[in-house]
Ligand binder design. Structure first.
Ligand SMILES: *Cc1c(COP(=O)(O)O)cnc(C)c1O
Length: 369
């Protein structure tokens, strides 16, 4: 059979540092390999000499970074003989689980908070044929129920408490080092369950210790006895890391991080402490302003939760917490098309309909020039 050098997804690319074997069937949709885009206009706008890159994870197959973890979690579930997966989700995990289950030919059950899931994510879960269970509660309630039900039914949990999720997600750190040719000074992410910030820290840490023969050295020849400072941003209404304890009624427009009881609590605190990083919060207004700034000034459309990374980084660059001369990577976790309602409701000028005549169109254009 011809092999070629077609990109076959992140498990194939990073198998030397992932828990798979020669006989494992990879359940892949070509995830990973997302662009690292250098911001060209925003640094000038804020008047600071910094290099800001965004890792555009919205370009994964189902539109979010969740695919990195899901390809691993579903691959291992299938390898272990599982016929069904289950997750609680604020939306993107359910979309990803549904797609990878379809690919694998197994069943997916997804628990989502009624009325609090962005439209695009719901459309995905429905189209891929997942069993959707809407609960009258939030993500944290759903997560608790999933843990309990998995003890009574033959289903594999594919939330980020499944260790294979973080294994898959750590590959983003490898890709960043490979693309940049260096380790960034700062890495900024939105934080919900805190699995992603923990997974990145795991990836950077492996690359910094190639002496453990984990084959990580293959991917970081440039490397690296350096790791970035990890910075996590939360929404003001859903900021348990800022409060220092779990909270009960998380609320934010950024539904992907509307979480009060982060599942990777200890791991994320370890990443913060070991990297000398920090957590901070943004109001919903600040999150939406950052989302708009990225779309208007850079042409990059991410969902609200994702924009917390850039909004937070800009603030910390302006206030000097992130010094000039730094190289900063911000993870854009999901695509803007996931949440069309929030996007449209932010645009003050809704398009007006005019007569379909040359005069009317000419007038409309001249009016704006
Ligand atoms: C899941 C998700 C997050 C939060 O990631 P955690 O690993 O839960 O911290 C942020 N943004 C988007 C778009 C997500 O889907």
């Amino acid at each position: 059979m011809p092999q070629g050098n077609r990109y076959k997804g992140l498990i194939d690319k990073f198998k030397a540092v992932l828990p798979v074997s020669d006989t494992t069937r990879f359940i892949s949709l070509g995830e990973g390999n997302t662009p690292l885009i250098k911001l060209e206009n925003i640094p000038a706008l804020i008047g600071k000499n910094v290099d800001i890159y965004v890792k555009y994870e919205g370009l994964n197959p189902t539109g979010s970074f969740k695919d990195r973890g899901m390809t691993m979690a579903v691959t291992k579930a299938v390898e272990e003989g599982s016929q069904a997966i289950i997750c609680a989700s604020t939306g993107n995990t359910s979309a990803s689980a549904a797609a990878y289950a379809a690919r694998a030919g197994i069943k997916a059950f997804v628990l989502i908070p009624e009325g609090k899931i962005a439209l695009g994510k719901l459309a995905q879960a429905m189209m891929h044929g997942a069993e959707i269970i809407q609960i009258k509660g939030n993500f944290d309630h759903g997560m608790q129920l999933v843990k309990e039900v998995a003890e009574h039914a033959p289903v594999t949990i594919v939330n980020s408490i499944n260790p294979y999720r973080l294994q898959g997600q750590k590959t983003a750190a490898y890709e960043i080092v490979e693309a940049l040719g260096q380790v960034p000074d700062y890495h900024c992410l939105p934080v919900g369950n805190a699995g992603n910030i923990s997974a990145h820290w795991m990836g950077y840490t492996e690359m910094a210790q190639p002496e453990n023969e984990s084959a990580a050295g293959n991917y970081s020849k440039l490397a690296v006895n350096k790791r970035p400072v990890m910075v996590g941003y939360q929404a003001a209404g859903a900021a348990p890391f800022l409060k220092g304890e779990m909270i009960d009624d998380p609320e934010t427009v950024a539904t992907a991080i509307r979480i009060g009881r982060p599942q990777s609590w200890d791991k994320a605190w370890a990443a913060q402490k070991e990297s000398a990083g920090w957590f901070d919060l943004l109001t919903d207004e600040e999150i939406l302003a950052a989302q708009k700034l990225l779309t208007e000034k850079e042409g990059i459309f991410c969902e609200p939760a994702s924009a917390a990374s850039v909004g937070g980084a800009i603030r910390d660059i302006k206030n000097g917490k992130i010094p000039e001369g730094s190289t900063i990577v911000c993870t854009l976790t999901g695509h803007g098309l996931k949440d069309p309602d929030t996007a449209i409701s932010q645009c003050v000028a809704q398009p007006q309909a005019i007569e379909a005549s040359l005069d009317a169109v000419k007038a409309a254009i001249l009016d704006k020039l």
